[in-house]
Ligand binder design. Structure first.
Ligand SMILES: NC(=O)c1ccc[n+]([C@@H]2O[C@H](COP(=O)([O-])OP(=O)(O)OC[C@H]3O[C@@H](n4cnc5c(N)ncnc54)[C@H](OP(=O)(O)O)[C@@H]3O)[C@@H](O)[C@H]2O)c1
Length: 356
């Protein structure tokens, strides 16, 4: 069983997703039952927590799909901050064994388990893997049939793999939790990042007035995404610009979160994706606050794919890195200044952005 130390708990309290337990239960390696094929595949695993050097490209057992599961030949896998947070041991707990990271997969159905309907070999798909499974940094990954959606026709595998964690987080934060409506206003922190660049587009498409923060170099990007007001968080106080908004989507936490309560109108809501927000402070200010942890949702992924095909949502991929160079992808992500997404290319058939 995972062990969570008090030190790590306090470290994580503010800066990392609060659904700590879910992450620490992450055996992210296939369960024994999923390893029955006897074949091997290439994957990137960690055998210990540490810096990017602990990512090892190696041969591992190829998994098989159990009942209600699908085996996907992975073409591309998204990279998210949670990947290097787990790798770095930030969630604490004992590493339960060699672990394959990666929660965003895009690829082609290889085989289906018993009781799976609606999916067949050759279907082009994508999915969010639960934190308890991971498995995306590999040639093959097992996923729950209910988590799958059809790949958008207008996006290649790399751009499709950019979607699951980041776009579902934006959707679940803005719509499922904050219930953002047309005509309302929203402040989106880190609007140029993975979650933020989808959130700005989705809120704009909904018909909301969008305030978004980024550094000076990304202000034009925010405007292209549909932000009405782009705020340089290094040069301006966002609270001097955004006032009386209905919703704040917070992916920064700390002081930024404390100050964000002041920009909400009475009854407005702050949704944090980086920890449980200060509900007591929110109450004192007459606003609401809640934290979310993204969860798989094949149906909403299908709606996101439809928006892409309609030209209303565009994933921005700033770097495509070969699977074998996952260390480089982690180092890029850990810089904290990713524009859009970083994606691992698992097979070579397609590419959609400049390699770095
Ligand atoms: N709870 C959940 O389910 C969930 C899901 C997804 C992500 N998360 C968490 O949410 C956070 C963001 O994830 P992400 O994938 O969007 O990260 P990301 O892509 O790495 O975010 C990078 C962006 O953050 C911006 N940024 C950095 N400091 C900023 C500041 N003080 N104010 C405004 N923007 C700032 C950078 O813009 P500049 O380069 O212009 O500075 C950059 O574009 C991470 O901590 C991640 O672990 C949680």
């Amino acid at each position: 069983m995972s062990r969570i130390t008090p030190t790590l708990l306090s470290l994580c309290a503010l800066a990392v997703p609060f659904a700590f337990a879910a992450a620490t239960q992450s055996p992210a390696a296939p369960t024994p039952a999923n390893q029955a094929s006897g074949e091997t595949m290439k994957a990137v695993r960690i055998h210990a927590y540490g810096k990017a050097e602990v990512l090892v490209y190696e041969d591992v057992p190829k998994p098989v799909a159990k009942a209600k599961q699908v085996l996907v030949r992975v073409r591309a896998a998204g990279v998210n901050p949670v990947d290097w947070k787990i790798r770095g041991g930030l969630f604490g707990g004992e590493l339960p064994g060699p672990m394959i990271l990666g929660f965003d997969i895009a690829g082609v159905v290889e085989s289906v388990g018993e009781g799976v309907e609606g999916w067949k070999k050759g279907d082009e798909v994508f999915a969010l893997q639960p934190l308890s499974r991971g498995g995306g940094y590999a040639e093959f990954a097992v996923t729950d049939a209910s988590a799958l959606a059809r790949k958008p026709a207008k996006a290649d595998f790399a751009h499709t793999a950019a979607l699951p964690v980041a776009a579902l987080t934006a959707w679940q934060g803005l719509f499922d939790t904050a219930k953002l409506e047309q005509g309302q206003s929203v402040l989106i922190h880190a609007g140029a990042g993975g979650v933020g660049h989808f959130a700005v587009q989705l809120a704009h498409h909904k018909g909301a007035r969008v305030f978004a923060t980024a550094s000076a170099a990304n202000l034009a990007f925010l405007k292209e995404l549909g932000a009405d007001v782009a705020i340089d968080y290094k040069a301006q106080k966002f609270e001097d610009v955004a006032k009386d908004v209905d919703v704040v989507l917070d992916s920064i936490g700390g002081e930024t979160q404390q100050r964000s309560f002041g920009v909400l109108k009475k009854g407005g809501i702050l949704v944090s994706i980086v920890g449980q927000p200060d509900v007591k402070l929110a109450k004192e200010k007459g606003v609401r606050a809640g934290g979310i942890l993204v969860k798989p949702d094949g149906k909403v992924l299908g709606e996101l794919a439809a928006l892409i095909d309609a030209g209303k949502l565009v994933p921005h991929v700033s770097a495509i890195v070969p699977l074998a160079e996952a260390r480089k992808a982690h180092e890029l992500s850990e810089s904290g200044h990713t524009k859009g997404k970083i994606v691992l290319e698992v097979s070579r058939a397609e590419s959609g952005a400049e390699r770095k």
